[in-house]
Ligand binder design. Sequence first.
Ligand SMILES: *Cc1c(COP(=O)(O)O)cnc(C)c1O
Length: 450
Amino acid sequence: MEIRPEQLEKWDKEHFWHPFTQMKVYREEENIIFERGEGVYLWDIYGKRYIDAISSLWCNVHGHNHPKLNNALMRQLCKVAHTTTLGSSNVPAILLAKRLSEIAPEGLTKVFYSEDGAEAVEIALKMAYHYWRNKGEERRVFITLSEAYHGDTIGAVSVGGIDLFHGTYRDLLFETIRLPSPYLYCKKEFGELSPTCMADLVMKLQELLRARRDVVAVVLESGIQAAAGMLPYPKGFMREVRELTKRNNVLLIVDEVATGFGRTGTMFYCQQEGITPDFMCLGKGITGGYLPLAATLTTDEVFEAFLGEFGEAKHFYHGHTYTGNNLACSVALANLDLFEEEKTLDRLKPKIELLTERLKEFWELEHVGDIRQLGFMAGIELVRDKERGEPFPYGERTGFKVAKLCWERGVFLRPLGDVMVLMMPLVISEEDISYVLDVLKDSIRKIAKL
Ligand SMILES: *Cc1c(COP(=O)(O)O)cnc(C)c1O
């Protein structure tokens, strides 16, 4: 039975409560209901085509409906869709754990699965806390950054720093100490991401680590605070943090959920800084954007602190029904195969250069206040007054209105407030990149008429 588009739209509004969505406004508007995809294109229920310029919320890598990913899934589906990994194992989960530890920064040899980025962070937080307990130390505080985003479960919200998302839940959260957001701090105090600013931030961290003996871990996103509006760190910042945490015997949790799987030009951003954290959290691109899967990678050192006789009860009492799901792991393996077979990262290099070149044109636009980029991730910040850096009022939804203009011309975007986010699938062609940028530029020009 074919269901009419109008019927779907009605049921969508009657029954489906959408994430990060003001449903009153959503129900008053026309929305896109996607029906199918191929490559970087998506089609809605009316047959209108869009370029998926945000990789379906930052997770699609090799395009939609990819024959090799589909085949991997179908092969696994004919064997079994899911078997538990609580005390037993399955073939794709084993193979993927081995593969991930091979491509991860040296020393991250252990893989703990979950389903979403927030859980990968949640697990790192619990493991880090538990690690010190098992070592006989009582530590309880995490050091985080202002404007951080690590997902929406309570632990991940505790280490988050975006007041708009997280402020409401303040009373439910555990204690953290926040350092300023590197980008915002450096821009405000030093005018740029300079080495002096970095030294200043590192000093602040050093003082904190000297003052407190109960720090479990420093938690940060890798390379860029993406959800806060694409705010990159100064180059070398993470290496300094790694040095300091090592010297002070504190753990380092790096969240690569957004940056992992090629988004910054290398498989993981940690590799550009040449560091191995104690925990690396992965999600989003891990299955090429196909299925919910996440992973928390850690070291032998952490793993061994949980070893003991059964009766000692030192083990990690944490798991989910679908931990290490067979289908998700098999498509994740095929995702990694594609990176090799199609030389995805080599072919990405000229596209990053093209993006950098073309973004320069946006500086001329009246309402563009800032442009930020890390690899293939970019944000264009819209402001009402460029000279004074004055934002548009929050309720006006300027970014969203610009995105809607792009939808009309077949470019699917979802901004973060008034930051226009570009996070295109890694396989997008140069021609499509140019089209996306042309449409976005024209749409920003139309702000005055909105
Ligand atoms: C998206 C994101 C998360 C949360 O992942 P979910 O799969 O949405 O739970 C965590 N950290 C970062 C850096 C992210 O971008």
